[in-house]
Design a protein around this ligand. Structure first.
Ligand code: ZN
Length: 128
């Protein structure tokens, strides 16, 4: 999948988001170091802190299928009129798996590309 296809796939999975409280549906697609593609959508909860972000869901799916390194995260919100950037928690999850690039969808179906270092400089990691 090229970058535009990754963003399109993120927008498709966002349709499956469970977001009855915010109405803010987000989809994420991650590409692991081996080229495997994993998807996730946000899943909200009446107890708000129990909500799971789309990026976290996709990273958990990747890890659950054995991935230990992730190259690219593509994320898109289909209900916002501006790019929906990953929250701080998700950025830290990306640090754990060595994400190199983050594609943030824009309302017109395009995207903005960032390195993870741009989004979370000095992220926490135990010394190797
Ligand atoms: Zn998040």
């Amino acid at each position: 999948m090229d970058d535009r296809e990754l963003i399109a796939a993120a927008r498709e999975v966002a349709v499956n988001a469970y977001a009855p409280y915010s109405g803010f549906r987000v989809g994420a697609v991650v590409v692991d170091a081996g080229g495997g593609v994993h998807r996730g959508a946000n899943v909200e909860n009446s107890a708000y802190p129990s909500t799971v972000c789309a990026e976290a869901a996709a990273i958990a799916a990747a890890a659950s299928e054995g991935a230990r390194a992730i190259d690219t995260v593509a994320v898109a919100c289909i209900d916002a009129d501006e790019p929906g950037y990953p929250c701080g928690n998700c950025r830290q999850m990306m640090v754990e798996f060595g994400v190199r690039r983050v594609l943030v969808g824009t309302p017109d179906g395009g995207y903005v590309e960032h390195t993870l270092d741009e989004l979370i400089p000095h992220g926490f990691k135990f010394a190797d």
